[in-house]
Design a protein around this ligand. Sequence first.
Ligand code: ATP
Ligand code: MG
Length: 236
Amino acid sequence: MIELKNVNVAYGNIKALHDINLIARPGEITAVLGANGAGKSSLLKAIAGAAQSASGSITINGEDLTRMPTHLRARKGVSLAMEGRRLFRGLSVEENLSIAWSFGPRRTPFAQALEQVYQSFPILKERRHGKSGMLSGGQQQMLIVSSVTIREPQYMLLDEPSLGLAPIIVQQIFGFITHYSNSRQTTVILAEQMAAMALQIADQGYVLRHGRVVMQGTADELKKADVVSQLSAAYL
Ligand SMILES: Nc1ncnc2c1ncn2[C@@H]1O[C@H](COP(=O)(O)OP(=O)(O)OP(=O)(O)O)[C@@H](O)[C@H]1O
Ligand SMILES: [Mg+2]
């Protein structure tokens, strides 16, 4: 379980998060929803240790992470896929997966871990020797999500995996995330602007606006509260 209590994040004078309280449970997908600049990435970075949380506390299974450096959080099983499709674009699919695997606990031998990835995304097997920079957007996102799961995380933080992708590809990737989380009881936090798609797979969600939680509830409650059209309206 990940628990945030009164977490504040600031970049100099700019306050990105104000008094965030959040709980994310094992085997569940927690959606963090909000428009541009709402604070979604800041929240994920605060958990991964890539942003300084000015105050408040972040715990996993009761252990305080607030002042723990990023690499130690990774060792505790926290894995963040940052927004913007960050890959080693000049390296092949398999080289990217090898690097990602080498940063994990390596409980599963590489060949076997690779086979699991290729079973989930056969297209990555077909393209395994090709440069990742030459993949389509959807294939790159499959590689990014696989680069997280190959590290066998307990806590998986995904920043806008749907961005710029066709709905059918998003459904494929989201289907994989759901299956992965259910079968391994992984705690997943999914940051998304696309509330409709995220709430299809999320168990619960939080809506951020200007760095504050303005709504929270189960996915059904948020759908009933019409979060989807409210967020869509915010983009117009
Ligand atoms: N490195 C930074 N330096 C200064 N301000 C920042 C930095 N990163 C984010 N911010 C500011 O913090 C606020 C929250 O940004 P954040 O990136 O967390 O939002 P977001 O919900 O992820 O947005 P997006 O949907 O565009 O990814 C914004 O006002 C943003 O301008
Ligand atoms: Mg963001």
